[in-house]
Design a protein around this ligand. Structure first.
Ligand code: NAD
Length: 485
């Protein structure tokens, strides 16, 4: 099922690279999984050429008819759930139920976006001038580049491609080098759903070698990027240096707080904090990596959380909750970050080491630190792994100040039954998503998702708001002459 060689998917066929190849290893056991085409600027050019030829006709297809193809693709996702979950699991190592859930949520997004084809609304406006009407219409952009992270490879590509296609665009996806085949399998499925040739391509390769020529190609009208803040900023700079600008949508990282007040349900808060920190091994933009606890309940909460952390099932099987991290390099980076934090005075409450029984898979024990300064690297840098820190807050104001003491602003949660604290948290914590008495994560096909500060540049995916990413608004002014009917 999983190929030995992963090629580009361009013009509805597998295309070898004009360059070299690189190896992808499986996070579950470190075995070589496949050789991947190491794309070049020439490969990107071929994909963008196919996309720009296909885009024009597709943009004239009525939106509800475009939606019908999305519906067929969503049905195929469901029909092929098992095979696709196997691909996602081989590439990421995530626990089986999470891999399956990713296929389901991608299909749900396809259904939601398909129905947006029948609600492709603009506005009508009044005009002070007689015999003039004014309205807005949604117009396609043309060729969209979709650049994805590794953590949810199918949802990642589906969240971008479904709204882009619905809005009448062609897509050139850049697979993450650590999850190369998912975007190709998705392309084959779109082809089976009846998507016209050339409208979707996936190119393989490394960011600087394939991502850079893609964002610099003047035929690309939108770069939709999900990944780290550092790469997002670089992409924005590259696009700004082009002769003709493109729209840039950035969905970036997070350092998400979960605040536990002294009136919280401590068991429920501990449950949500543990899930927020360790599902998908903390490799989630919405992972809870800063747990801020009122002094008065700190000890009680810490005990309750540590009990749950010790019970987290690490592995990739059906009953497991926390899988491996994506690569050996990332595993080493995470171990080093924890070690350095401890050297600076942090106290290790759990984890901090690999799980020997699961080696050579890249499994790290769920890790909890305390006594970490809020301005320490480990408090400020997004680690993107199974590591979370506990902080003490004397009162509500201090908790809010700590929550906001970050360059990121993606999500955040508060646990309290005091409605004044709830409303104040909603008003004062700066982020794209706040969660009350729940985890720091939470997304659905109808829910706009995105962040502020270094977590994004103001766009929201998915929801109806995603249409504003993948369309341009065109204002139409029509004058008529009643004397000439
Ligand atoms: P990354 O920035 O290292 O890579 C993301 C993608 O960018 C990859 O496909 C990579 O090949 C490509 N890339 C790298 N250099 C490039 C360049 N110069 N030009 C163009 N493309 C380039 O991020 P990652 O480690 O793969 O993913 C983890 C990050 O993604 C975390 O910060 C996480 O929070 C974020 N993320 C955000 C969301 C969200 O919705 N906000 C969702 C998931 C992940």
């Amino acid at each position: 099922m999983y190929p030995d060689r992963v090629l580009h998917w361009i013009g509805d066929r597998d295309v070898p690279s004009s360059g070299d190849t690189f190896e992808k290893r499986c996070p579950m056991d470190d075995r070589p999984l496949c050789d991947v085409a190491r794309g070049t600027a020439g490969d990107v050019d071929a994909a963008v050429t196919a996309a720009s030829h296909a885009a024009e006709a597709w943009g004239r297809v009525p939106a509800p008819a475009r939606g019908e193809i999305l519906l067929r693709a969503a049905a195929l996702l469901r029909a092929n759930e098992r095979e696709l979950a196997e691909i996602v699991q081989l590439e990421t190592g995530k626990p089986w139920k999470n891999a399956v859930a990713e296929i389901g949520s991608s299909a749900d997004l396809g259904v939601f976006m398909a129905s947006e084809g029948s609600r492709f609304y603009g506005k009508t406006m009044t005009s002070p001038v007689p015999n003039r009407s004014v309205r807005t219409e949604r117009a396609p952009i043309g060729v969209c580049a979709a650049i994805m992270p590794f953590n949810s490879p199918l949802a990642g590509v589906a969240w971008k491609t479904f709204p882009a296609l619905l809005c009448g665009n062609a897509v050139v996806a850049k697979s993450h080098e650590l999850t190369p085949y998912t975007a190709v399998a998705f392309g084959k499925l779109l082809c089976d759903a009846g998507l016209p040739r050339g409208l979707y391509s996936a190119v393989q390769g490394l960011g600087p070698e394939v991502g850079t020529p893609l964002v610099e190609d003047p035929r690309v009208g939108l770069v939709s990027f999900t990944g780290s803040a550092a790469t997002g900023k670089l992409i924005q700079q590259r696009v700004s240096a082009r002769g003709v600008l493109a729209k840039v949508c950035l969905e970036l990282g997070g350092k998400n707080p979960l605040v536990v007040c002294d009136d919280a349900d401590i068991d429920a808060a501990a449950e949500h904090a543990t899930a927020s920190a360790f599902i998908d091994a903390g490799q989630r933009c919405a992972a809870g990596s800063r747990i801020i606890v009122f002094d008065r309940v700190y000890g009680e909460f810490r005990d309750a959380m540590l009990e749950r952390v010790r019970a987290v099932k690490v592995g990739s099987g059906a009953a497991d909750a926390c899988g491996p991290v994506i690569s050996r390099q990332n595993l080493e980076r995470l171990l080093r970050a924890v070690e350095c934090a401890v050297a600076r005075g942090a106290r290790l409450l759990a984890g901090g080491a690999v799980i020997d029984a699961l080696a050579p898979g890249y499994y790290m024990a769920p890790t909890v630190l305390e006594n970490v300064a809020p301005d320490d690297d480990v408090s400020q840098q997004e680690l993107f792994g199974p590591v979370t820190c506990l902080y003490r807050a004397a009162n509500f104001d201090e908790a809010i100040a700590l929550a906001n003491f970050s360059a990121y602003g993606l999500t955040g949660a508060i646990h309290t039954f005091n409605s004044n604290r709830i409303e104040e948290f909603i008003a004062r914590y700066r982020a794209g998503l706040v969660s009350i008495n729940g985890p720091t994560y939470g997304a659905g096909p109808h829910m706009p998702f995105g962040g502020v500060k270094n977590s994004g540049n103001g766009f929201r995916e998915p929801g109806t708001e995603a249409l504003d990413v993948y369309c341009e608004w065109k204002t139409v002014v029509v004058n008529h002459d009643p004397a000439r009917v």
